[in-house]
Design a protein around this ligand. Sequence first.
Ligand code: SAH
Ligand code: SF4
Ligand code: F3S
Length: 471
Amino acid sequence: MEDLTYTSESQRQYDYMAQMKQWVSKQSEKMGRPLTCHITTFGCQMNAKDSEKLLGILQQMGYVETEEETADFVLFNTCTVRENANLKVYGHLGHLKKIKQKNPHMLIGLCGCMMQEDLVVQKIKESYKFVDIIFGTHNIFKLAELMKNRVDSNGMIVDIWKDTDQIVEDLPSERKFSFKCGVNIMYGCNNFCSYCIVPYVRGRERSRNPEDIINEIKALVADGVVEVMLLGQNVNSYGKTLEEPITFAQLLQRIEKIEGLERIRFMTPHPKDLSDELIDVLAASQKICNHVHLPVQSGSTEILKKMNRRYTKEQYLDLVERIRAKVPEVSFTTDIIVGFPGETEEDFLETMDVVKKVNYDSCYTFIYSKRTGTPAAVMPDEVPEEVIKDRFNRLLQVVGEASKKNVDRYVGRTMNVLVEMVNDHDENLVTGRLTNNVLVHFPGCREMIGKIVPVVLKEAKGFYYLGELAE
Ligand code: SAH
Ligand code: SF4
Ligand code: F3S
């Protein structure tokens, strides 16, 4: 790992961006057109946010973004949380190989969580020699430097860091939406849930300084953002390791005061660390959205123990009750894993029981995927595939019925909607979100995008509403 200070590092990177800009401009002169870039993002909101930063750097170098995977520079920001996320990347790479054969000048980069795995990088070095640069999750800020190294040499450039304690601030970033934006409040994870690879590929927990976060949000608001999503693998442990410790609840209170900011979301709070202080802040807040994504993973205390989640079924249900008592209209969503090693029918029924008791607005359901190197990968009593499939289908049914019933509950009410876009299927409609994150479609026009407007919810359609602008 290199020893660098924050400010000098971002300065170094701006120098590389400037050098690359000259290269890009020479190339486009030769080709008689601008150079294009494309980033394909796999995985979670952390990766989506990283891709915005990477795109910011590429635009600074003079690249123009395109939707096509045939661009002059194609970057895959990869995910490895489950096996199929991993397989998808190899699928796309096979496709890129053919494109590059026709366009030899094309540059291809790979980054993100998958690249933090030694075996993956080894495989790419051996079998995907057409890849130009590989880097990981800890050094995305070096993109310009790595590209410069690549155009100055002839071989594949590989730069993976095992971990880092650095946070490089003040680099460019490009926003996907003008009115909402993800904001990292911390990086990494220290929880080591036994099934999960994230702590291995994202490194140890590090919190950003509250001032850096506040300043970033103020600048975003000045630039038209009304909603922020605070991002971290376990936002409840935000601030614990800072020189001047601060809690997540205190950070939220400071963010609440930012004038012009309308909505605050956050992801993900770990149930084991959700404090009463935070519940009080949620209850008192005018800006924090009425939505808590509270991953349960399993309803069985036995399985939760094997998962190293550090709460019991009863503690989880009690937490839900305590939040509901103070924030009566809160919507809950969750993540559930089916088929963790050793999961019995009784364990699974406990999960079904939690789903019924909590009444989630929606659940993200996953089939357990074995990740090499995690403790669960060597646990006995793997659940047979057909048993998992059967449980998964039964769970989907219960989850679907519950969310339909829950979404229905606001029909007839007038609620505030943040308009996000013109409807994909009907240009006379716009699509926006309620504070509880549910989508609403209603007659409107492009000029409404980014505004919060009152909408009468006329009809519930399972996962979304049809509405009408309130008088
Ligand atoms: N930090 C977040 C989750 C990040 S990963 C949290 O703790 O809630 C997103 C989700 O992927 C997890 O909540 C989990 O449900 C799922 N997941 C993680 N590892 C998995 C695995 N090996 N198999 C199946 N699902 C997994
Ligand atoms: Fe993975 Fe657990 Fe960390 Fe979430 S809290 S990222 S599930 S180890
Ligand atoms: Fe995937 Fe990495 Fe997110 S493994 S889920 S992209 S932190």
